[in-house]
Write a protein that binds this ligand. Structure first.
Ligand code: JHZ
Ligand code: SAH
Length: 406
């Protein structure tokens, strides 16, 4: 039995994806016999509504000196973070010599815009390889896991912060109580916290169950986030929907009573209520839809294999690890996976050990079908890959439904 990481009540486990490897654990042949597995199981807390993993993977197994995810691999995300920074600079940096802190700053995709303007900033990034890329760009970065202890150190060394940022990081941290207490300590009386993460409402609506993997310890809603921060006298003052990573939510949070609360907060809470995100039965329906989606995808892939078609994977995303291992996709179905990240190339996919090949291989010899594991970047990728379509290539996507795009 698992207890809720937020309120300590018993959680309701609604699906197990079975034995799973580390989502970003791309490996070499000599590591095949030494691979780490855990049970990927998700639960809903009927008390505080937080959706979370029932088994948590040790953070050092996921975030280390050879971390395989580099934020700057998507041009569209580059633009997204540029606009994010411009909004923060315009609206929240009015005090003299303000300080911006970002956790999970990765290769500096967001902080570079503050550094460029000479704004005082600090990145906190535990994965040493990506942290070093940020430093090479002149971004002030410390290589640590953020928590309450680090927050104290930052206050001592730099003072309190005007703006605390996180993108696709908060949902990665199982010890959120320490993080939120750290934020409370760190934030100036009029400071603002802005963070975004994939939104549970979208995951359920689009059946994008591949967002579920070891790194994503939590699947947030405004309701669950409001509950957590209220325990620390912090409140959500605004929310904004973001069209990245398949549907994300950006939360604006401040010390209680400091800022007026936007109408968007009440509207979004009501939407969540209407979507029944507070009801266990919603998650039973979600499980049935996941099983149906797996069935449809595998039927299609087996069909194409019987017709002798060549199918390759496009983008060795973290998400693909869940799809491949849960659905049972093997190398006789998927020839290889094309990816632009140098440290993934020449390695094998976690669990199923499908070869990861450089993007040039894809361009040099188009397959009949490409299974789009980077569906969240569909617009960017399909625009870039018009020659593939022109050559008769077809896309297979599975979010929001399994289909072939001719
Ligand atoms: P992408 C990661 O998820 C992990 P992933 C993490 N847990 C998270 O939450 C989000 O990011 C923020 C390749 N690619 O962005 C490069 C191409 O090959 O969906 C990368 O290997 N060609 C922190 O891994 C991978 O996709 C392309 O044209 O699911 C990144 O996938 C593009 C655009 C990407 O993140
Ligand atoms: N913000 C970037 C990177 C997201 S990847 C983007 O949106 O693209 C998640 C990052 O969080 C990784 O680089 C990982 O090393 C980092 N991370 C994980 N746990 C953390 C913690 N406790 N504190 C700070 N960063 C953390």
């Amino acid at each position: 039995m698992s207890k809720c990481l937020i309120c300590n009540e018993e959680i309701y486990p609604f699906i197990s994806f079975g034995r799973m490897p580390i989502a970003n654990g791309f490996l070499t042949k000599d590591q095949f016999n030494n691979e780490y597995f855990f049970e990927l199981k998700v639960g809903f807390c009927p008390n505080c509504t937080m959706v979370q993993l029932a088994e948590i993977v040790n953070r050092e197994k996921m975030f280390h000196k050879d971390y395989a995810f580099f934020s700057s691999t998507s041009a569209f995300m580059g633009l997204h973070f540029q606009k994010f920074a411009e909004m923060v600079i315009k609206k929240y940096l009015q005090s003299p010599d303000p300080l911006v802190v970002e956790i999970g700053s990765n290769d500096g995709i967001l902080l570079q815009h503050f550094a460029k303007h000479g704004i005082r900033h600090l990145g906190i990034e535990p994965s040493a390889n990506v942290a070093q890329i940020a430093r090479d760009k002149g971004i002030h970065t410390i290589c640590e896991f953020f928590d309450q202890k680090i927050a104290h150190k930052i206050v001592e060394e730099y003072g309190q912060v005007d703006v605390f940022l996180a993108a696709n990081v908060m949902c990665h941290i199982p010890y959120l109580h320490s993080v939120v207490e750290g934020i409370r300590i760190l934030l100036k009386p009029k400071g603002i916290v802005i963070f975004e993460d994939p939104y549970l409402g979208d995951i359920i609506e689009k059946i994008s169950y591949d967002q579920i993997y070891d790194e994503h310890a939590f699947y947030f809603t405004l309701t669950s986030i409001s509950y957590l921060f209220s325990l620390y006298d912090l409140e959500v003052v605004d929310v904004q929907v973001q069209n990245v990573h398949g549907g994300s939510m950006r939360y604006f949070i401040a010390h209680r009573g400091v800022y007026p609360i936007s109408l968007a907060v009440a509207v979004q809470k009501e939407k969540e209520y209407q979507l029944s995100l507070q009801k266990p039965s919603t998650f039973d329906t979600f499980r049935r839809k996941i099983e149906q989606s797996r069935y449809e995808l595998m039927s299609l892939l087996y069909d194409l294999k019987q017709q002798g078609k060549r199918v390759v994977g496009y983008a060795a995303t973290s998400k693909s690890t869940t799809i491949i291992n849960y659905c049972g996709i093997t190398q006789d179905i998927l020839e290889y996976i094309s990816d632009t990240t140098p440290i993934k190339q020449g390695k094998y996919s976690p669990g199923a050990h499908i070869p990861i090949r450089p993007y040039d291989d894809f361009k040099a010899n188009y397959p009949d079908y490409a299974l789009l594991f980077g569906w969240n970047h569909a617009e960017e990728i399909m625009t870039k890959e018009q020659p593939f379509r022109a050559a008769g290539g077809k896309w297979i996507v599975y979010v929001p439904k399994v289909q072939v795009i001719e």
